[in-house]
Design a protein around this ligand. Structure first.
Ligand code: MN
Length: 231
């Protein structure tokens, strides 16, 4: 096979404790999935789930034992964090019943839905797509994938983001408005879910802007810490 332009390497995430890799296919993101964040973004907390996407190569793999350097992106003056539980899909499916949904989950990770909030806000007000605000390069820093067989149920694990040592987001993942099973049910009605798909499940309240030099430390109980410095 000959390609007429260079073929880019696939987007991958490491699997914790192994040399194996998880190949990233699509990144589905869920909007406003914690009541308090929905309210801080101007909603009521009772809307049905909605989705947007990031491209696979927005993934920015972050090892646990490092402080990764994340460049402040271009074309924004309001660069914001959203700490999220990430669900990694291992098995294809469409019209998946909630009762069968967990059979499609391969693993979990901790991730950040990085957002150029000023561009997203402009897109919202003009009724335009969110891509420039959400789907840019390095907009999805994610830690290693933990196999679901190691994690068991996600339950009510704590989720917390600190910036420069100060707690900015703090909740538990059982406060998701739409559960993992329900998100898989809804998404698989609209799209054919594929192995390699990631679902970023939404962020708790407390989103705010970052500056160069800020140190972010995200943590989900049992899924490790994600540490990044904005440069
Ligand atoms: Mn988000």
């Amino acid at each position: 096979m000959q390609f007429v332009v260079p073929v880019l390497p696939p987007a991958v995430l490491p699997v914790l404790g192994t040399d194996a890799l998880f190949p990233v296919h699509r990144i589905y993101c869920v909007g406003r999935n914690y009541v308090e964040h929905a309210i801080e973004m101007g909603g009521t907390g009772r809307e049905p789930p909605f989705f947007f996407m990031k491209p696979a190569d927005a993934v920015f793999p972050v090892a646990y034992d490092t402080v990764a350097e994340l460049p402040y992106p271009v074309m924004t003056a309001d660069y914001q964090y959203e700490l999220e539980l990430v669900v990694a899909i291992g098995k294809a499916g469409k019209d998946i019943a909630a009762a069968d949904a967990m059979q499609h989950v391969w693993g979990y990770a901790i991730g950040l839905d990085m957002t150029r909030r000023d561009l997203q806000a402009e897109a919202k007000s003009l009724r335009r797509p969110w891509d420039t605000g959400k789907a840019f390069e390095q907009s999805a820093p994610i830690g290693p994938i933990h196999p679901a067989t190691d994690i068991g149920t996600v339950g009510s694990r704590a989720i917390e983001l600190r910036v420069n040592g100060h707690t900015r987001q703090k909740s538990t993942v059982d406060k998701l408005i739409w559960s993992i099973e329900e998100m898989i049910l809804f998404l698989s009605q609209y799209f054919l879910l594929q192995p390699g798909d990631l679902i970023m499940t939404g962020t708790p309240a407390g989103v705010a802007a970052l500056s160069k030099g800020d140190l972010m430390e995200g943590e989900i109980e049992g899924l490790g810490k994600l540490r990044l410095r904005i440069v």
